[in-house]
Design a protein around this ligand. Structure first.
Ligand SMILES: Nc1nc2c(c(=O)[nH]1)N[C@H]1C(S)=C(S)[C@@H](COP(=O)(O)O)O[C@H]1N2
Ligand SMILES: [Mo]
Length: 306
């Protein structure tokens, strides 16, 4: 039987990998520091093995214009029911401001016009949903690194959390009739349909957008909004962008308007749509159920590398 590598050998190997990345032109000392800090706390071996094999600079494949899917299938929330979101959508997101906060020196509030003025990146990539379908799309947006560099991370920063506008229906067994949700907590990548559960929650969708999104786990009455989190290696990856265009046009509501995360090399559920706030944290243990994302709280893996 193959023994999993010892923690010590992982640490040594990963330190060597961090060194190689720096020799390979990695000019961000901050990332190297972060790498070492993570090693002290340890993570799941799969993550380490992937990172060792790939290094944080490996790019996801990019495709040609001709490969773009004629229709990019929307999934999960396709039209957020929240009043605050609807008000923004009605005015074509003219009043939208992306908040950047948490463990940063300079909190930011950026309009779409301001986001569009920042350096941009366009990439044609394949999106893979855990449900078993894929689409190729051309995304344009601002690299997350550009935003984090402007906000300047504090030294305790470890993760970036994306707070979304869309309220998900609450709860465990509220009206979820045989839709497979019971099986999700068994962990791994069990894949129930990623549709919202029926029943409950309607009355909870109306309370305001960003304010509510800022509160953490909190009481039973707090609406549960979609959220995701990534570590700093993924946050500074060059293909990690906050996209405002799909296939050369303003991002449609169904695909996450006005701004959604593209985290290539990761499964679909990591690609947070309707991003309202980027929050830099040391730990996500106090957010939601503490697993780092809406689907993670239902049992999906936090690290969804592909
Ligand atoms: N805010 C939010 N982000 C989300 C979801 C969602 O329901 N709400 N669904 C996720 C899932 S499971 C997938 S596969 C992709 C789908 O993105 P698309 O609608 O552009 O296909 O968004 C992800 N991000
Ligand atoms: Mo998905």
């Amino acid at each position: 039987m193959i023994q999993p590598p010892s923690r010590r050998s992982l640490l040594l190997g990963a330190t060597a990998a961090a060194g190689t990345a720096m020799l390979g032109g990695c000019d961000r000392l901050g990332e190297a520091d972060w790498f070492r800090r993570t090693l002290k706390t340890g993570e799941d071996a799969n993550l380490f093995v992937q990172r060792l094999l790939l290094t944080e600079r490996t790019l996801a494949p990019e495709y040609a214009q001709a490969d773009i899917s004629p229709w990019f299938k929307p999934n999960g929330t396709e039209d957020p029911p929240d009043k605050a979101y609807k008000a923004l959508a009605r005015r074509k997101f003219a009043d939208y401001r992306l908040e950047v906060g948490g463990l940063v020196e300079t909190p930011l509030k950026l309009s779409l016009a301001e986001l569009r003025k920042l350096p941009s990146r366009t990439q044609i990539t394949r999106h893979d949903c855990v449900e078993g379908w894929s689409c190729i799309g051309k995304w344009t947006g601002v690299p997350l690194s550009e935003i984090l560099d402007r906000a300047r991370l504090k030294s305790q920063a470890r993760y970036v959390v994306f707070r979304c506008a869309d309220t998900m229906d609450q709860g465990e067994d509220e009206g979820a009739e045989g839709d497979g949700t019971e099986d999700v907590s068994s962990g791994g990548n069990a894949s129930p349909a990623m549709t919202k559960q029926s029943g409950g929650g309607e009355d909870k969708r109306d309370s305001g957008g960003q304010q509510a999104a800022e509160g953490s786990s909190a009481s039973d009455d707090a609406p549960v909004r979609y959220y995701e989190s990534i570590d700093l290696v993924d946050a500074f990856h060059p293909q990690t962008i906050l996209a405002y265009e799909l296939n050369g046009k303003a991002l449609p509501v169904a695909n996450g308007a006005p701004l959604r995360l593209r985290l290539e090399r990761n499964l679909g559920y990591k690609q947070a749509k309707y991003v309202m706030r980027v929050e830099v944290v040391e730990s996500f243990a106090d957010i939601g159920e503490g697993k780092g994302g809406y689907w993670e709280d239902q049992g999906y893996a936090w690290y969804a590398g592909i």
